[in-house]
Design a protein around this ligand. Sequence first.
Ligand code: PEP
Ligand code: MN
Length: 337
Amino acid sequence: MILVIRKQASEKEIEDVKKKIHSLGCEVHESVGVNCHILGIVGDTSVIEPGTFQTNPAVDKVIAVQEPYKKSNRMFHPDNTVVKINDMEIGGKKLAIIAGPCSVESEEQIISIAESVKKSGAGFLRGGAFKPRTSPYAFQGLKKEGLELLKIAREKTGLPIVTEIMSTDNLDEFVEDVDVIQVGARNMQNFDLLKQLGKTRKPILLKRGLSATIEELLMSAEYIMAGGNENVILCERGIRTFEKFTRNTLDLSAVPAIKKLSHLPVIIDPSHAAGLWWMVEPMAKAAVVAGADGLIIEVHNDPENALCDGAQSIKPDKFDKLMDKLKVLAEVEDRAI
Ligand code: PEP
Ligand code: MN
């Protein structure tokens, strides 16, 4: 952090600023030029509130030199993070393909979809048991029964399960039963939930909030990592813009941006981004070429009658064909599926 000192500031006022910096456990690097008097704050500035100096009469400007996120920052961790999930990885050479229905509806449904996506080469099974729905009258998920059905599907196929947590009330069973805990877009800034997840060592799939900036997403990752859990996977799932044709606007530039700023793996959700099943394929292909570490795709055997998000779900045979194309594109990017 750099403080530009006001030209009219008195010696006493400047001394007070220096004292304040020292009282915060930091050192001062002073530079007095012809036109500019600068105090550089050296040390851990992450705990300093910007207002601390912005309101000081001796200070003209406060300039942040470093990003406010530390643990997720590539500057302090140049190598890519590879999150391990049993014998699988997310963030390594192999792309993580997570597929399955929006929500678990029945044993027959989840097992049939799990078996078909596994056959097509998916590495993980998704399926919501606790669903965050806009309307309280819409299907809210099978909840605990849904978790049990996911466990059965995992046992039958060997696919690790990815499912969304909505409340800290369910933390213990998620830690016990779930392989990757998803934090949905609507909960990206549920800081209590993030803090609790930070105390676990479970892999967390953190989705970007509906109107969250990349920095806000990284700050949410920081909440989990600050608690000691570094197993965070980020997910771009479309953001809200003025465009109404698609459900959201897929921000593909988030992939190279996040890769530059952070060492965490980043995957793309083309299903929630587009909201339209026929756009899933082109967006998934673009994501692989943009450098994403994986995809999370909604697949349903009967989208017309799906209890949630049928319009954006592709059928298993379409998923199968898509996987063949993704394999070719992955190779071009020196990745694999
Ligand atoms: C989901 O993955 O089913 C979901 C609700 O996603 P999002 O939080 O991105 O809307
Ligand atoms: Mn969905």
